[in-house]
Design a protein around this ligand. Structure first.
Ligand code: AHM
Ligand code: MG
Length: 341
């Protein structure tokens, strides 16, 4: 079998579909290279002294792991000198990181969660890097946080790297979803799957069930109906999986279908959800839609949401289309009933 490298894939996407201008290709290749570095650190684990917590918190008050910080730095160092970026934003940084004056500024913005699935780092369970690429649309000089506040449908590219039994890069540039597997001996990314399709129906859901008592009634209704199995209203038995690394749960859904939800819950009613719109929900929603699935916040398409701030959180329901539509319909029914009452 002829091996197609990431570079060849990107060159061909540009040639055939005009989708990847030079700066975007460089950006994707640089992110992919940074992910190789992160993969090496992740693989070394205790041998590299990278496990455990750092003595710091991020802007959202979450304790940072050493690998969160290392991964964030690897992505900054890899990306700031190439001339393809104007600025970066990360789950692990309080504010945006503008490309320093000593380097040329490009037209793209890179957003990322450097190491998603932090709670799994120290227990050797799959984790990942999630990224999203926007174009800087304003023509004003300089770059500000407002430039990042664009609905996800404007993403030029998105993807994630999963550090699991295999290290894989999953990418969309708006023309389907492709998977590249890291060939460690060669040090290169090799195309191993293309045109990923998420089945529209599924019997598998992914949700943190321990939060059930805190969910809103539509979410509980959906899960109760799944749990009722074949004698229940759905007429079929469901299976449950929850890795607690979004990359791993989304990856499974991309490969064999399923529905993932991290809904609003009543413990912190003012917080719309746990996951971040710009670093997690948008890139994953873009990938899932490109593979024929759907992604909503329970009421609206994720990719249409207008972010109000950089670290905005959101409820997430994504995966097999018909299940996402069902969960969304349950939420909209409740909203309509509340409006009538
Ligand atoms: P993180 O970015 O701090 O790792 O948090 C995001 C992660 C997701 O990967 C995962 O879906 C979720 O948090 C798991 O949350 P929980 O531990 O509540 O099940
Ligand atoms: Mg995360």
């Amino acid at each position: 079998m002829k091996k197609i490298s990431l570079t060849q894939y990107l060159v061909e996407q540009q040639r055939e579909h005009g989708r990847i201008p030079g700066q975007l290709r460089l950006l994707i290749e640089v992110v992919a290279r940074a992910c190789k570095h992160i993969a090496i650190a992740v693989n070394k684990g205790e041998l590299g002294g990278v496990l455990g917590s750092a003595a710091s918190e991020n802007v959202q008050g979450e304790v940072q792991k050493k690998l969160d910080i290392i991964s964030n730095e690897v992505l900054i160092e890899a990306n700031e000198w190439g001339g393809h970026l104007a600025a970066m934003a990360s789950e692990e940084m309080d504010s945006i990181h503008v490309v320093p004056n000593r380097y040329p500024q490009g037209e793209y913005l890179l957003l990322y969660d450097p190491l998603d699935g932090s709670s799994n780092i120290d227990v050797n369970v799959s984790i990942g890097t999630i990224f999203s690429v926007l174009r800087k649309v304003g023509h004003q000089h300089g770059v500000s946080e407002e430039d990042f506040l664009q609905p996800g449908r404007f993403q030029a590219a998105a993807g994630y790297c999963i550090y699991g039994p295999q290290t894989q890069l999953v990418l969309t540039v708006g023309n389907g979803v492709a998977i590249f597997t890291l060939d460690r001996e060669m040090g290169s990314w090799v195309l191993t799957a293309e045109n990923m399709r998420i089945p529209e129906d599924t019997k598998e859901f992914a949700i943190n069930m321990s939060n059930l008592r805190h969910w809103a009634p539509p979410m509980r209704r959906y899960i109760d109906e799944c749990l009722a199995g074949s004698p229940g209203p759905r007429g079929k038995d469901f299976n449950m999986r929850w890795v607690a690394s979004m990359v791993a749960d989304v990856h499974r859904i991309l490969c064999r279908g399923g529905v993932f939800a991290y809904p609003w819950d009543a413990r912190d009613p003012d917080k719309p959800g746990k996951l971040r719109l710009l670093y997690e929900a948008n890139p994953m929603a873009f990938l899932v839609e490109q593979a024929g699935g759907a992604a909503t916040n329970g009421r609206q398409r994720i990719l249409d949401l207008m972010p109000g701030k950089l670290h905005e959180r959101v409820s997430v329901v994504l995966g097999s289309k018909h299940e996402v539509e069902r969960i969304t319909a349950y939420h909209l029914e409740e909203k309509a009933q509340a409006a009538k009452a």
